[in-house]
Design a protein around this ligand. Structure first.
Ligand code: NAP
Length: 313
């Protein structure tokens, strides 16, 4: 009943002057972005709405061209469009160019600017968690767009060495080659998933990221020797959900510090909101809306995800 009333109020809000922001994906129905952005618009009383468009890969070029034509203020891009969008949009930010992926296309007076807020969103969360990896080693599991964001965030925090552990080793090698040009002092090494049972490597890592859908698409995670990690090794899963993920569960059992990707998702949503609308987002409103959607208890900023508490180190 409450939901129906809220939906009716949202529809009543839409009028002739309502501006649109959107997300393009395939599939897109599961996206949390409309929930966060529309809650923010309602709270601020702005005449804008955020909708999800199911765009097939073959239609992406036409859909991007329609953004200025329809006066859409900006769109988020999700799977499988991020890489293709970076090829189609002419003006790219440093991050979008470096990551060769766009998760955010902004309409600036009829000109599309491609940006990527994933690395910034993750970096912001790592800083808020007090994660310190300057001069240290990190392991990133995966070699797709999310892994590239984790690598860029780690490099910005001054990691000395990052080991990419990917199922398809050649893809990890290609990613290392492409990113190493942009990363300066940080050394990138590509390995297969067997790196996750290399006790010396695990003992040297200060942080381990999961940037794959493992645990989501199949229930079990790859073999990882959690006991070989340092007591203060941090486990960060870019996945998120109502329950701790398959990657995080053994780390939690060993009392290691950890976080899931909820705060990263919220941060990239907040950054996109600011880029699309030119105003600061109501952060608590966006967080509460996402948590309600994930069926989690209402939270404060400090308990906004599955994450350990207390300072690191
Ligand atoms: P992607 O480009 O498709 O890359 C997927 C990666 O996962 C590849 O390295 C792939 O290895 C690996 N992988 C897939 N299935 C696997 C399996 N069964 N076993 C081992 N490795 C497997 O995807 P992406 O865009 O990087 O996203 C990865 C995950 O991060 C997604 O699940 C997404 O939800 C999450 N993510 C979260 C946020 C956030 O805000 N929290 C933001 C972005 C992404 P191969 O190279 O061998 O295929």
């Amino acid at each position: 009943m409450v939901e129906r009333k809220r939906a009716a109020a949202d529809i009543a809000r839409i009028g002739g002057g309502t501006k649109i922001a959107a997300i393009f994906g395939d599939p897109v129905e599961h996206s949390m972005s409309p929930t966060m952005h529309n809650a923010a618009y309602a709270a601020l009383g702005i005449d804008r709405t955020y909708v999800a468009f199911h765009v097939k890969p073959n239609d992406l070029a036409a859909a991007l061209r329609a953004i200025p034509a329809l006066g859409i203020v900006g769109v988020n891009l999700t799977v499988p469009h991020k890489e293709q969008a970076a090829k189609l949009i002419k003006r790219l930010s440093f991050e979008a160019r470096t990551l060769a992926a766009v998760n955010c296309a902004i309409n600036r007076g009829g000109i599309l600017i491609g940006d990527n807020t994933d690395a910034r969103g993750l970096e912001r969360d790592l800083r808020s968690l007090g994660v310190q990896i300057h001069g240290e080693a990190a392991i990133v599991i995966g070699a797709g767009g999310a892994a590239a964001s984790a690598i860029l965030a780690c490099a910005r925090l001054g990691a000395a060495k990052i080991v990419i552990a990917n199922r398809t080793r050649s893809r990890g090698t290609r990613l290392a080659r492409r990113l190493s040009r942009a990363l300066g002092a940080t050394r990138l090494i590509a390995r297969g998933l067997n790196a996750l049972v290399d006790r010396d490597l695990l003992a040297s890592a200060r942080i381990i990221f999961n940037a794959t859908p493992m645990g989501l698409t199949r229930r079990r995670f790859a073999r990882l020797d959690y006991r070989a990690t340092q007591r203060d090794c941090f486990f960060y899963d870019l996945l998120y959900g109502a329950q701790p993920t398959a990657f995080l569960r053994p780390a939690i059992a060993l009392k290691r510090r950890y976080a899931d990707g909820t705060a990263m998702l919220i941060n990239q949503g907040e950054l996109a909101f600011e880029l699309f609308n030119g105003i600061a987002p109501p952060k608590d409103v966006m967080r509460s809306a996402l948590h309600a959607r994930l069926h989690r208890k209402p939270t404060s900023a400090s308990t906004e995800a599955h994450r350990s508490k207390g300072s690191w180190r």
